[in-house]
Design a protein around this ligand. Sequence first.
Ligand SMILES: [Fe+2]
Length: 295
Amino acid sequence: MNKGKIIAGVLAPHPPHLVYGENPKQNEPKSEGGWEVLRWGYERCRKNILAKKPDVLIVHSPHWNTIVGHHVLGLEKFSGLSVDPIFPHLFRYQYDLTVDVELSLAISEEIKAKGMIAKVMKNPDFRVDYGTITTLHLINPAWDLPIVAISANNSPYYFSNEVGQKQMMLLGEATRIAVEKTGKRAVLLASNSLSHRHFTKESEIPEDMSAEHVYSHGQYLWDMTVLKMMKEGRCAELLATLPEFIDMASAEVKAGALTWMLSALGIPDYPAEVHAYGTVIGTGNAVVEWDNDTN
Ligand SMILES: [Fe+2]
């Protein structure tokens, strides 16, 4: 068997608004569009990612929050209705997904080998969180690739940003080792926004783009600071900056997906491609691709 490889990583945020704006058949609420810059950015990124012919998509989502350990989906099939509890009027999505159980179990074993707690979700009625579903839909709306889903352990919230980051660095290493051992060509999806303060009132038409703008100038400047680091391949500096960014901009990267992915990619020193930046109800979101196949 050939040695597996992480062929790409994507910062792949999950505002349900982006799925709502696309009007796929799986989503019950219908829209007049909205948030096009981000959706078109996803389209460009999707083309690059799918052209690499990955075997599997691995997603880490803040909305599968686990208190004890890092969990993975451990059955071949999960299906059901995923509802965003904050925006149930925008996202009620009928999903049907296939898990790469071999890789899930391999990641679980490598997590344990790193001295951390791992658990495998085998409840067939488990409802997959909307962050995982949204990110996977936007990267591969055909749903014709197997996936691995990893939970967000709660350590950044129970302890500190720094403790959480350390856990996610180890989780990234465990993921890379498991991918290499199982011989897969894998794409990693870090499912989170950047700055995350948001408006608490929605306009009458949620997709009314005349009401959409960044929550604050300070938050925007923080997003530009971290995106510049990504574009210039300064990921070690980015990781060192994340705890401050999290505190200053309430950044959703706190939950660990970006740290996990950068660690699994070996802390890239090559430029990432920013496909889009845009706000959703005031939060900062970017679609960013690390091409780990050619770099
Ligand atoms: Fe979120």
